[in-house]
Design a protein around this ligand. Structure first.
Ligand code: NAP
Length: 313
């Protein structure tokens, strides 16, 4: 691409979850020429969340779909451009940031990374083989396939418990398998899970193998204290064993911690000037919609100040 054809945005935002949509709302409203690159549906992980109860302004809660739709509509109100592509890499060309996708290359003065996280795999035999055939990472996507079934849920965090509670709408019963004897999840979710008659717990236990033929038929569960292995018949297993940041495409460019979360300062600026990060892909204490939107706003404001410092008014 010749220099004369190069289209340079003030700001490119990668990721259209709550952090990216908020950053886009702020930069486009500040009249910065902004491109938001999203891969898939706007809303990110909100789109696979049944009900969001802890985002202020919605006292009865709001569905993930509805909040995604509202945030997308608001972000688009001020003229943001969007493309639906997957980013494969980011580089520097002088002062400009070059953002490569499978289809194209985009250039910007400032870049805001809001790529979020994806589900961590358990890494046991049978997991990959039975994805979509009984193994799932998304209760809102797949829960209805398990009507009146007996299923397993793995993990002891907020995801495992909220998704398990949601799954009780469909299933006959479910067993939460957790590797310790204490849950990591927020107390209110623990209370709801413990008082739900459809939910049982297998403590100090891990999944050793997922077995089946065309579909999942059983799981082997190992007690980590006694070493005993038991086989349980089941039609489904939902895995919620944590998240990993979607930052592989940035390796070597900016500073990250050992897990791949992006390290930023209080302005949400990364180790490279003019590159900011917001939302779940940042190293931080709390990963929620409420914190993502705050960081999206901060990163957008900081990007605006960065551009002003470079002489753009
Ligand atoms: P998480 O908090 O990291 O919990 C992961 C769970 O999986 C932990 O209980 C962990 O056990 C277990 N685990 C990890 N690796 C395992 C392995 N190899 N084998 C067996 N078990 C394993 O992840 P999350 O629940 O997905 O939550 C991620 C973030 O999103 C959190 O910040 C959470 O608060 C947030 N979130 C919030 C909400 C909400 O507020 N409504 C809903 C969902 C998620 P240990 O406990 O022993 O480490």
């Amino acid at each position: 691409m010749g220099k004369e054809e190069k289209k340079v945005y003030d700001v490119v935002i990668i990721g259209g979850g709550p952090a990216g949509l908020t950053a886009g709302l702020y930069t486009s409203r500040a009249r910065l020429h902004t491109l938001l690159i999203q891969n898939g549906l706007f809303g990110g992980q909100m789109t696979t969340t049944e009900l969001i109860e802890n985002y202020p302004g919605f006292p009865q809660g709001v569905t993930g779909d509805e909040l995604s739709r509202l945030m997308e509509e608001q972000a688009k109100r001020f003229g943001i451009e969007t493309v639906n592509e997957e980013v494969t890499g980011v580089g520097l060309e002088g002062d400009l940031k070059q953002i490569r996708t499978y289809e194209s290359s985009y250039f910007s003065q400032a870049l805001i990374i809001c790529t979020g996280t994806e589900y961590r795999k358990l890494g046991v035999p049978g997991e990959d083989q039975f994805v979509g055939k009984g193994v799932s990472y998304c209760a809102t996507c797949d829960g209805a396939f398990f009507k009146d079934s007996e299923i397993f849920v793995v993990g002891g965090g907020d995801s495992a418990l909220t998704e398990a509670i949601f799954l009780t709408k469909f299933v006959k019963g479910l067993t939460i398998v957790h590797r310790r004897d204490a849950l990591r999840a927020t107390k209110i979710y623990q209370e709801r899970a413990f008082s739900n008659p459809k939910i049982r717990f297998l403590w100090n236990s891990v999944i050793q193998e997922i077995k089946g033929d065309q579909v999942v038929r059983s799981v082997l569960v190992r007690n980590v204290k006694t070493g005993e292995v038991q086989e349980f018949p089941t039609e489904g297993i939902f895995l919620f064993v944590g998240l990993i940041p979607r930052t592989r495409f940035l390796k070597g460019l900016i500073q990250m911690d050992e897990e791949g979360y992006i390290i930023t300062d209080e302005k949400c600026e990364t180790s490279l000037p003019g590159i900011f990060a917001a939302g779940d892909c940042r190293r931080k204490l709390l990963r929620q919609v409420a914190t993502a939107v705050g960081e999206g706003a901060t990163a957008a404001f900081a990007a605006e100040k960065y551009l002003e410092g470079k002489g753009r008014t």
